[in-house]
Design a binder for this molecule. Sequence first.
Ligand SMILES: *Cc1c(COP(=O)(O)O)cnc(C)c1O
Length: 379
Amino acid sequence: MAKDKIWLSSPHMGGHEQKFIQEAFDENWVAPLGPNVNGFEEDLQQYVAQNKSIAALSSGTAAIHLALIMLDVQPGDFVICQSMTFSASANPIKYQGAHPVFIDSEKETWNLCPKHVEAAIKGTIEKHGVKPKAIIGVHLYGTPYQSDEINAIAYKYDIPVIEDAAEALGSKYKDQKCGTLSKFGILSFNGNKIITTSGGGALITASSEEKQRVIFFATQSRDQAPHYQHSEVGYNYRMSNITAGIGRGQMMILDKHVELRRANFEFYKSNLGHLAGFEFVDELEGIYSNRWLSAVLIHEDKAGFSREDLRLALEKENIETRPLWKPMHMQPVFADCDYYGDKVAEQLFNIGLCLPSGSNLTDNDRDRILKAIMEVVNS
Ligand SMILES: *Cc1c(COP(=O)(O)O)cnc(C)c1O
């Protein structure tokens, strides 16, 4: 009999989600607004930072798009973006007709390398005669980028930062929650994230005025009038009251999910960290990662097998793993974009593997994964 599939990261319900959905049905709030949307926004605000204002949206991608619109990113503009990330970080730059400028990773966090960010700002001014309009940093797999260093450079050149915290809800940088470290923060509640609404996202803003402006764009930019009147291009990006109900239930167990994901990482690190050729990324001082995904680097020269060997061996055991994100500057769709860096992201992509990381993994699952890995190690 085939063994049950162990997923990389699958939805994990807490038990209260359906109660909020039932309420929405009982009151007929089946629309992209309603008490669950407001309640979910309040819960998020309570959780990440009470001095921020948060708009619940249809996806994390929509949140990045609206952040770029809020920053008036126009056709022909340049936007700096971490190369090692999911394509959703960069696609909205293209929606605006602007040009992504991709940045290599640093070894310490796998995120934006400050040195290359500054080189890219200078290089863009030199080559194209304009300053980049924004910087998009990503807290990959829940590990925060070096926010103080990035913000200092951004401040020096007066360029706003958009923080892609899609993978980092619950992570902290020096006691501040990820998503609140810069001008705009974005969250995602896609099915594989640390909490899910089945699909959804949020934009974290500095003021309720900004939030109102975001909601204006997200609901087709309707002017004040009894009829439908529009002076600006609008979008249909608001979160539905049904999915927000799932979100309210998920917020009740978010901290537990963070603990469980961190325990997964500790399990892998304590059992594998000492083996030849295995490398895990430690938290720098003042950093708290939600460990959304546990990722490991396999140095073939020391381990005696490659990342691919390991991935394929686990696949045979019906255990899902995945190479790290393929950097954007290596993607065909972004082939003509500027890139500043060396080969760090490329190397990480070549040797990195994300291991099963769900908050719903059982002891039995973890034992099965470890056993399968040790078979490769000992073969
Ligand atoms: C998931 C993700 C997004 C996009 O979020 P969606 O809600 O799927 O649109 C953006 N950036 C990163 C880094 C992500 O992992």
